[in-house]
Write a protein that binds this ligand. Structure first.
Ligand code: NDP
Ligand code: 2IT
Length: 444
């Protein structure tokens, strides 16, 4: 059996019941086949076997008391996947669906994403099955304090630097940081996505969405096109979706639809983002409300229907596997030309194949959404240097990073004989640096 097939087979046997982890590993390792063929020394060093096995998995109990005095217990996770090129780096996700399989798929992706940024950050991910929806600020604070009371001993500015992800934004990072500082008595860059008054970076809030649009803009530019006049569908209405919408609109695109986990809005006149921001960021309400406030807008229950709306560019920005084969087929039939992934693994394996066969320009998550973590690394640099860069400085660095990622994955795809296949290109470009570092470190 070929090396990649054997490693995937063993991974599935050793880690049963982890479908998301299997899916991410399958996509990544299949893209790496030409690399391991060129480097037989990798197999001798069991490099892929080590690459897919986390350096450390931490699982812990998170007990907390709600406002009515009831005691709850959630599961907490931190997967410290790979520190070959830098300290573990990656977000924390608070969502009821969180389990070990999801944290491992996110951690594995994060290794290569972080490598693609060109900055010295390893890969990690964490979170909890805690559901923040409907909780009071006090309950969120109590939960975050309990979570950090265990996590603090495993992280550090040179060891492991968590950040936000689904369900973890500025409010949660503030409570987590406050508890870390209280326990450790250290005001250091141990978390990113911090508020501007306590060590955060300008443009981190916008970075993932802006970065997604910058890399898509570069892909368009290389084909003599631009966002101007394009119809765009964006899924989600959280941090990534909102700032992707803002930047796409500023470049002249018409964004016609967004969703939350209950359903989607369609506004043929173009989404009014200030209304979405008021509902989602200020009121923490439901996207359904948009149709009550904007004349001519429609609300539809359920998420999947959003992919039946004709568009030139689709930006999935909510969660994993939100575009399956069926939705991909409809998007292609309706003429989609570009799909860029703001969320992590939003397109399933069948969906990716359909897009690629149809000649859609498909920009995979680990490249397309790397702007968030890249700007986290810029936040770390500012913390270490006791510096505070302007919005324009950070934004210019972010844009430069995204343009470089595009050209690096494009070049890697060409070099390894799969021109235009950015899934393989991103996996290869990200992996080579990690592989070099792991080989240099010996068998560890
Ligand atoms: P948020 O929590 O801010 O927003 C998530 C959005 O996705 C919400 O609109 C939410 O709806 C929706 N959503 C979440 N789960 C589901 C689901 N199962 N079905 C349908 N809709 C869902 O998270 P982010 O915007 O930060 O993250 C979005 C995606 O981007 C994730 O995949 C994340 O991993 C990825 N990402 C985030 C980065 C960051 O810097 N924040 C960086 C790189 C990637 P509802 O409000 O109803 O739950
Ligand atoms: O998936 C991701 O890259 C993130 N959630 C951001 C991670 C980070 O450390 O900024």
């Amino acid at each position: 059996m070929q090396y990649v097939e054997r490693v995937l087979e063993e991974l599935k046997q050793k880690n049963p019941n982890e479908p998301e982890f299997h899916q991410a590993a399958t996509e990544i390792l299949n893209g790496l086949k030409p690399v391991v063929e060129k480097h037989p020394e990798y197999e001798k060093a069991a490099l892929l076997e080590r690459f897919v096995e986390p350096e450390r998995v931490i699982m812990f109990r998170v007990p907390w008391v709600d406002d009515a005095g009831n005691v709850h217990v959630n599961k907490g996770y931190r997967v410290q996947f790979n520190s070959a090129i830098g300290p573990y780096k990656g977000g924390l996700r608070f969502h009821p669906s969180v389990n070990l399989s999801i944290i491992k798929f996110l951690g594995l992706e994060q290794i290569l994403k972080n490598s693609l940024t060109g900055l010295p950050i390893g890969g990690g991910k964490g979170g909890s099955d805690f559901n923040p929806k409907g909780k009071s600020d006090n309950e969120i604070m109590k939960f975050c304090q309990s979570f950090m009371t265990e996590l603090y001993r495993h992280i550090g500015q040179d060891t492991d630097v968590p950040a936000g992800d689904i369900g973890v934004g500025g409010r949660e990072i503030g409570y987590l940081f406050g508890q870390y500082k209280r326990i450790r008595d250290e005001h250091v860059g141990v978390l990113t996505g911090r508020g501007l008054s306590y060590g955060g970076s300008l443009a981190r809030t916008e970075a993932t969405g802006y970065g997604l649009v910058y890399i898509t803009e570069e892909a368009l530019k290389c084909r003599g096109e631009s966002f101007e006049g394009k119809t765009v569908v964006i899924s989600g209405s959280g941090n990534v979706a909102i700032y992707a919408c803002q930047k796409a609109q500023s470049l002249g695109a018409k964004v016609v639809a967004m969703y939350d986990s209950n359903g989607y809005i369609y506004d043929k006149n173009g989404i009014q983002l200030d209304v979405v921001k008021q509902i989602k960021e200020v009121e923490r309400g439901r996207i359904k409300e948009y149709a009550n406030r904007v004349a001519g807008a429609e609300y539809h229950e359920g998420c999947k229907g959003i992919w039946t709306i004709p568009c030139d560019i689709a930006l999935p920005c909510a969660t994993q596997n939100e575009i399956d084969g069926e939705s991909a087929r409809i998007l292609v039939k309706n003429g989609v030309k570009y799909v860029a992934e703001g969320a992590n693994m939003p397109t399933d394996l069948e969906g990716i194949e359909i897009f690629q066969k149809a000649g859609v320009v498909f920009l995979p998550a680990k490249a397309a959404n790397a702007g968030g973590v890249a700007t986290s690394a810029l936040e770390m640099a500012q913390s270490s240097g006791r510096l505070f860069w302007t919005f324009e400085e950070v934004d210019a660095k972010l844009k430069n990073i995204m343009v470089n990622i595009y050209h690096n994955m494009d070049a890697a795809a060409k070099e390894y004989g799969c021109e235009g296949n950015y899934v393989a290109g991103a996996n290869i470009a990200g992996f080579i640096k990690v592989a070099n570092a792991m080989m240099a470190h010996g068998i560890v």
